[in-house]
Design a protein around this ligand. Structure first.
Ligand SMILES: Nc1nc2c(ncn2[C@@H]2O[C@H](COP(=O)(O)OP(=O)(O)OP(=O)(O)O)[C@@H](O)[C@H]2O)c(=O)[nH]1
Ligand SMILES: [Mg+2]
Length: 366
C-alpha cells in the first residue's frame, strides 16, 4: 500500500464524529486529495454508512464489533479501499463507546503496517451535552462506569476537540477547556463546530504531523470498561415503509418517530446516548438525532421529500436494557404507522448489550 494518511476521530456516542468526518472529507477533497472513510459499529445496518454514502463519499464499513476487536477487518477494509480507489487520506470513526484505541489500534497499525500508513494524532471530540455534566462531576444519567469510558476517551486523545461550540456560551466553552486542562494537562485543545466549520483548519493542520511516539499506554480497567458498555442497550433496525397517502413529509416522520422513542425512554428514566434515524427514498434522504435527555430531537439532514415508499434505518443507544429499548422503538413505530397512515415492514433487527471488548492486540508501550 502507498503511505496513506490514517486519521481517527473518536469521541462518545453522539459527539459529532460522523458530521466532523464529512466536513474533513470535504476539506481534503477541496485540496485535490482522494478520501476514503471507514465506519464502525457493534451491529449491521449503520445510519452513518448510509448517511456518508448518500453524501457521495467512499465508505468502507467494519460492522460486528469495535475496531480494537476487529483490527484485521479494519486493515482489510482500508486495503480494499486502497485497491479500488487509491485514497490519499483515510478517516475512520470508531464506535462511540470504545476507548483504549491508542494501545489497540493506533500503535499496532504503526508497528505492523509501517510504510503503509502515516498515522495522524488521535483526535477525540468532546460531547458537550454529557461532557458538561461528567467533567463537572454532576449526575449525567449514566453510571460511573459509562462516565469512565467518556473520560478515558479524552485522556488518551492527542487532540481534544471541544465540539458544538455553536451551541455553547463562551463561559461553557471556557469551563470545558479548564476542566480538560485540569484533569489532563498538556493536551492540545481545539474548539470546533462540525456543523459550522470553526476550528477545522486547525484540525487539518494538526493532522499534517505524524502522531508522536507515546511512552507507556494509558491504564484501562477492562472490567469497568466492559460494565460501562454493557449498561447501554444497542439496537439497529431496518424497515421498508409505504405510505397510504401522498402527502407524508419525510422530515415529519423521522422527527416524530424520535420524539415518540424519546418520550418512551424518558418515561422509564433511561438516558439516551444517541438515537438516530435515517430515511431514504431514491436519491433523497433525511436524518434525525437525539443526543441526550435534556435536549430536543434535531433534524441534522432535512429533506423536502414526501414518502411513497422508503427505507428507514433506526440506530439507538441508551442506558436501558435492550428489551426495553426494543419495546420503545417497536411501540413508537406502531403508533407512528397508525397516526400517519404508514406501513412498516421490518427487514432486520438486532438488539443487545455490547459484549466485553477483547482486543486483537494490546500494546503496553509504543
Ligand atoms: N449544534 C451542533 N450540532 C452538532 C455538531 N456536530 C454534530 N452535531 C449534531 O450532533 C448529533 C450527532 O452527530 P453525529 O455526527 O451523528 O455524532 P456521532 O459522534 O457520529 O454519533 P455516533 O456515531 O452515534 O457515536 C447530530 O444531530 C448532529 O447534527 C456541531 O458542531 N454543532
Ligand atoms: Mg457517527
Amino acid at each position: 500500500m502507498a503511505n496513506i494518511k490514517f486519521i481517527m476521530v473518536g469521541g462518545f456516542l453522539g459527539a459529532g464524529k460522523t458530521t466532523a468526518i464529512g466536513r474533513l472529507a470535504r476539506n481534503y477533497t477541496e485540496q485535490g486529495l482522494k478520501v476514503g472513510l471507514v465506519t464502525n459499529d457493534q451491529a449491521n445496518g449503520l445510519v452513518d454508512t448510509q448517511s456518508l454514502r448518500a453524501q457521495g463519499f467512499l465508505v468502507g464499513e467494519v460492522p460486528g464489533a469495535c475496531f480494537c476487536c476487529k483490527f484485521d477487518d479494519l486493515v482489510s477494509t482500508v486495503k480494499a479501499l486502497e485497491t479500488e480507489h487509491h485514497p490519499d487520506v483515510v478517516i475512520t470513526e470508531p464506535v462511540g463507546s470504545c476507548t483504549d484505541l491508542v494501545a489497540t489500534v493506533i500503535e499496532p497499525l504503526r508497528k505492523f503496517h509501517q510504510g503503509d500508513f502515516e498515522v495522524a494524532p488521535l483526535a477525540v471530540l468532546l460531547k458537550p451535552e454529557h461532557g458538561l455534566k461528567i467533567l463537572g462531576d454532576e449526575q449525567s444519567g449514566f453510571s460511573p462506569q459509562a462516565a469512565y469510558i467518556f473520560l478515558k476517551q479524552i485522556e488518551e486523545a492527542d487532540v481534544v476537540a471541544i465540539n458544538k461550540i455553536d451551541k455553547l456560551t463562551p463561559e461553557q466553552q471556557e469551563m470545558l477547556r479548564d476542566q480538560v486542562t485540569r484533569r489532563y494537562p498538556n493536551k492540545e485543545i481545539v474548539l470546533v463546530s462540525g456543523t459550522h466549520g470553526d476550528g477545522f483548519d486547525t484540525l487539518v493542520e494538526l493532522f499534517k504531523k505524524p502522531r508522536p511516539s507515546s511512552g507507556p499506554m494509558m491504564e484501562v480497567d477492562y472490567e469497568k470498561y466492559a460494565e460501562g458498555e454493557a449498561e447501554l442497550g444497542w439496537l439497529n433496525a431496518t424497515y421498508e415503509v409505504s405510505a397510504q397517502h401522498d402527502d407524508i413529509l419525510m422530515n415529519d416522520v423521522i422527527v416524530t418517530l424520535l420524539q415518540k422513542i424519546r418520550a418512551s425512554l424518558l418515561e422509564g428514566g433511561a438516558e439516551p446516548a444517541h438515537l438516530k434515524v435515517l430515511c431514504q427514498t431514491g436519491e433523497q434522504f433525511g436524518v434525525a438525532n437525539l443526543v441526550g435527555s435534556d435536549v430536543d430531537v434535531e433534524l441534522s439532514v432535512a429533506s423536502d421529500a414526501k414518502i411513497s415508499t422508503a427505507e428507514l434505518f433506526v440506530n439507538a443507544r441508551a442506558a436501558v436494557a435492550p428489551e426495553q429499548l426494543e419495546s420503545a422503538v417497536q411501540d413508537s413505530i406502531a403508533a407512528l404507522g397508525q397516526e400517519k397512515g404508514l406501513n412498516f415492514t421490518q427487514q432486520k433487527l438486532q438488539r443487545f448489550s455490547p459484549a466485553p471488548p477483547v482486543p486483537t492486540h494490546r500494546f503496553a508501550s509504543s
